[in-house]
Design a protein around this ligand. Structure first.
Ligand code: ATP
Ligand code: MG
Ligand code: MG
Length: 379
C-alpha cells in the first residue's frame, strides 16, 4: 500500500493520520519529540528535526507523498523533500503563508481587502509609519500563533516599546479594526485544479485563541459568506495551491469583509468537519495529497465546536483535575476529541469537542450546557 508522510507531530498531524489510515494508507510522522500526538498513532515516526538531512532523507524514502501540519516547517525542508517526492502544499505557497507581509501582498494581488498595514524591519520604517495605522496591532511577520508575538499599541511610544519587546524582528503593524464577527473558509485544491470548500465557519476568539466555532455561521449574511468563499478560492487558485488552505476573515462594524491571515493546512476552525460533514478537512488533505478526486463536502448536521484548553485540567485552587467527561458525554450529540497530550498547561490546546444536532438551535443549547459543565464562558 501507499504511504503518506506528514511534517509535524501535533494534533493536526494526528487527525491527518487518522483520516489517512481510514482510507487505507500507511503513515509516517516527522517530529523530534517522543510521544508527539501524531507520532504515537502513525505506523512510523521519524524522530528528527525539520532540517535534519538524515531525517528528511528517511521521510522521503519511506513515503510516496508528503504533507505538513505545522505552519512553520522551514520552506527549505519542503523544497528539499520536493526534489524526491510529491509535496503538498508546496514550499512557495507555504512560504507566503509564513510571512504576514507576503500573505497580505498575496491578498492584495487577488483583490481581497485586508487591514491597512506597514512592514517594519528597521528604525526608519518605524518612524515613517502613518498616523492612520494607530491604534494598531504589532505582529511579528513570522512564527506567531494563538495571539503570541503580538502587541496592541495605542501610540508611537507604545509602538517603539513593543517593537523593542519583540526583539526588533521584522513586524507588520496593522490598524486595529472594529470587528463585528470573525469567520474562516477552508478550501481544498488538488493538482488537477479541482477546488472545493467547507461551509463558512463563524469563530469566537478569547485572548487571541480560538474558543468557539459555529456552522452554519449564525450571524454572517449569505452574501458575505459567498464573498468570503469566493475570496478564499481565488487566493488558493492564484497560488496554484495544492492541499487544504484556511483563510481567516473579519466582518467589520460597517459590514465590510476583510481578510486577516491564512494557514497552509487544516485549521482549528475546521475540526467540526470530522463530525458534521461527510468529508472532513483531514480527508480533504489526504485526497489532495494522494491525488484522489475531490467532492464538495456537505454539512449533514449543524455544529458547535468548543476548544478544550489546558485550563480545564486545573480547578479554581489550581490543583490538577480531570474535566467531568461523564457528565459532558451524557448529553446528546457530543463528540469528544482528546489529543493524547499528558502535560496540561494553561492556554495549551488539549482537545476539542463538537456538538452536532438536528438544528443549529439545539446544537447551541447543548454546547452551552457543555460549556457550563466545564466552566467555560457562554457565547
Ligand atoms: P492564529 O492562532 O489564528 O494563527 P495569530 O497569532 O496568527 O492567530 P491573528 O489571527 O493575526 O493571530 O490575530 C488573533 C486575533 O486577534 C484575531 O482572531 C482577532 O480576534 C484579533 N485581531 C488580529 N488582528 C486584528 C486587527 N487588525 N484588528 C482587530 N483585531 C485583530
Ligand atoms: Mg496565524
Ligand atoms: Mg488567526
Amino acid at each position: 500500500g501507499a504511504t503518506l508522510g506528514v511534517m509535524g507531530g501535533g494534533q493536526l498531524g494526528r487527525m491527518f493520520v487518522h483520516a489517512a489510515q481510514s482510507l487505507g494508507y500507511e503513515t509516517v510522522v516527522l517530529d523530534p519529540d517522543a510521544g508527539a500526538p501524531a507520532g504515537v498513532v502513525a505506523q512510523h515516526q521519524v524522530r528528527a528535526g525539520y532540517l535534519d538531512e538524515a531525517g528528511l532523507a528517511e521521510l522521503a524514502r519511506r513515503c510516496d507523498a508528503i504533507s505538513t501540519e505545522f505552519e512553520n516547517v522551514p520552506a527549505e525542508a519542503l523544497r528539499q523533500l520536493a526534489e524526491r517526492r510529491p509535496v503538498a502544499p508546496g514550499a512557495a505557497a507555504v512560504a507566503v503563508c509564513q510571512d504576514r507581509a507576503d500573505e497580505k501582498a498575496q491578498f492584495v494581488r487577488c483583490g481581497v481587502p485586508c487591514a491597512p498595514h506597514a512592514l517594519i524591519t528597521d528604525a526608519a520604517q518605524l518612524a515613517a509609519v502613518p498616523d492612520a495605522l494607530l491604534p494598531g496591532i504589532l505582529k511579528t511577520a513570522r512564527m506567531g500563533y494563538d495571539g503570541k508575538g503580538q502587541a496592541s499599541v495605542a501610540d508611537r511610544a507604545a509602538l517603539q516599546a513593543a517593537w523593542a519587546h519583540l526583539g526588533h524582528v521584522p513586524c507588520v503593524l496593522e490598524q486595529r479594526l472594529p470587528l463585528r464577527h470573525e469567520l474562516s473558509v477552508i478550501v481544498a485544491r488538488n493538482a488537477g485544479g479541482e477546488l472545493v470548500n467547507l461551509p463558512v465557519q463563524q469563530n469566537l476568539h478569547r485572548d487571541g485563541i480560538l474558543a468557539v466555532t459555529q456552522v452554519p455561521a449564525p450571524d454572517i449574511a449569505p452574501a458575505l459568506q459567498q464573498q468570503a468563499v469566493a475570496a478564499a478560492r481565488e487566493v488558493a487558485a492564484a497560488m496554484d495551491y495544492v492541499g487544504v488552505l484556511c483563510v481567516e476573515f473579519f466582518v467589520l462594524q460597517d459590514g465590510r469583509l476583510v481578510a486577516n491571515e491564512m494557514a497552509p493546512r487544516p485549521h482549528n476552525s475546521g475540526h467540526y468537519s470530522i463530525d458534521a460533514c461527510d468529508v472532513s478537512q483531514f480527508e480533504l488533505q489526504v485526497r489532495t495529497l494522494a491525488g484522489l478526486p475531490l467532492v464538495e463536502p456537505r454539512l449533514h448536521s449543524p455544529a458547535v465546536m468548543l476548544n478544550l484548553l489546558g485550563d480545564l485540567w486545573f480547578d479554581a485552587a489550581d490543583s490538577a483535575r480531570t474535566p467531568p467527561w461523564d457528565a459532558v458525554l451524557a448529553l446528546p450529540g457530543v463528540h469528544l476529541h482528546l489529543y493524547g497530550k499528558t502535560d496540561a498547561r494553561r492556554g495549551r490546546k488539549m482537545g476539542h469537542l463538537t456538538v452536532t444536532a438536528p438544528t443549529a438551535a439545539e446544537a447551541r443549547a447543548v454546547a452551552l450546557r457543555v460549556a457550563a459543565l466545564l466552566g467555560l464562558a457562554a457565547f
